[in-house]
Write a protein that binds this ligand. Sequence first.
Ligand code: FE2
Length: 295
Amino acid sequence: MSLSIRQIHPVFVGEVSGIDLTRALSREEVAAIESGMDRYAVLVFHDQKITDEQQMAFSRNFGALEEARGGNITRPEDRRLQVGMGDVSNLGKDGRPLARDSRQRAFNIGNMLWHSDSSFRPIPAKYSLLSARVVNPTGGNTEFADMRAAYDTLDPDTKALIEDLICEHSLTYSRGLLGMHDFSEEERAMFRPVRQRLVRAHAVSGRKSLYLSSHAGAIVGVPMAEARILLRDLNEHATQPAFVYAHRWRPWDLVMWDNRQMMHRVRRYDDSQPRDMRRTTIAGEVPTTAQVTAA
Ligand SMILES: [Fe+2]
């Protein structure tokens, strides 16, 4: 059976069948997935009983793995998973759900805000791949919002206003929204704001999209209150139901998405029960500020 992709949402998202991600892929299969990503921006694969090593090997077909350092407050000695694997579970190193008052848990709750992975890095992520190992019994859907559709449906004045704006992104902004301000000097240095364009053009299709994220907390040259309201309005527009797909996880689903064209968030779930989700992240190649878009 050969690879095929079926669109499962009116605007985006493809469901892929006819492929086994645990084995080495042919060049044609990799190319078909990559062009599926360019078109659908989110791809869903079911029944992929994958190990961490196989997930990393599959991910490397699309670029270098992003180094996780600087993206979390978890100390290396407290990590549950090996280097190369991002831990998006609610579990500690002992394999049990984190305590309710855990700082790590509070930090992870930030994933429930709409965001684009690694937008707080000078060169933000290309793809993320998330494998569901243990699905939580209640809630925990991941939602995706199509930032291309969001851009396309802006009015011409807003498009002109935002075309060349540069935002500042930092984990201190997104966590600050949740009342988390107790960062050490070392963490503050690690989470120093970086600059990202507000409008991006896709590397292959050239199609424009909004580049929003809960990490965006300021706009260069725009007074703070005005910047925050503009970002809030754009977020509201971009996450309207018509542009959102909610993924209800089944064990061994693997979902990959293009962070350059999507935002996503996790919905609340029963934190007394495990939710073991493992992410690999493909590094981006150029800073967004290096890009010039033509109006
Ligand atoms: Fe994320």
